[in-house]
Design a protein. Structure first.
Ligand code: SF4
Ligand code: SF4
Length: 166
């Protein structure tokens, strides 16, 4: 199995630097609880960057009740309900979500099935420089690299890890 490393810090640099390209999204599953498509980037952000606020202002502000918490306190979004108003992006005190995170009726050609080798190659090729790459790495906590699932590593400054170091 091939392994990819997605670097959320590079995605954030791209977003903050006014990256003018439409960012491709890798799809990993369509579990019923997500009520539709689930992108790799979204799952990685809610897994590692989100601080799982007890009162979750993002959930409260959503006008469509598209956000909820799962049994582990992780935020999940119903893609069928979300209207991409981005109120949740604005209200999050930690800047967890990226401003290009949600778009209404996104161009389907931007989605890639990561279980298909050909699509995976294309996804890597079209992604912003440094954001996605094939890797031989294993997880290395000291480098803030985490295994999201077999074959997919994520690099980010995990708030949970930082909290444990202080
Ligand atoms: S407000 Fe931000 S950090 Fe808090 S639960 Fe929502 S997305 Fe996560
Ligand atoms: S962008 Fe979607 S999930 Fe976020 S507040 Fe608006 S409708 Fe809700």
């Amino acid at each position: 199995m091939r392994t990819i490393l997605i670097d959320l810090t590079k995605y954030r640099e791209c977003e903050q630097g006014g990256c003018d390209m439409k960012v491709p999204e890798g799809l990993i599953s369509q579990p019923p609880e997500t009520n539709g498509l689930k992108s790799l980037r979204e799952l990685a952000v809610f897994t590692y960057a989100c601080r799982r606020c007890e009162d979750a202002p993002c959930v409260e502000v959503c006008p469509e009740e598209a956000l909820d918490k799962d049994s582990n306190g992780m935020i999940i979004r119903s893609t069928h309900l979300c209207v991409a108003c981005k109120s949740c992006v604005t209200i999050c005190p930690f800047g967890t979500m990226m401003s290009d995170f949600y778009e209404y009726k996104r161009d389907e050609s931007l989605y890639y099935n990561l279980h298909d080798d050909q699509q995976l190659d294309e996804f890597i090729k079209r992604s912003p420089e440094g954001t996605v790459q094939l890797t031989d790495e294993n997880t290395k906590d000291q480098d803030n690299i985490f295994e999201l699932m077999p074959g997919i590593l994520v690099k980010d400054h995990s708030w949970e890890k930082l909290k444990n170091l202080t």
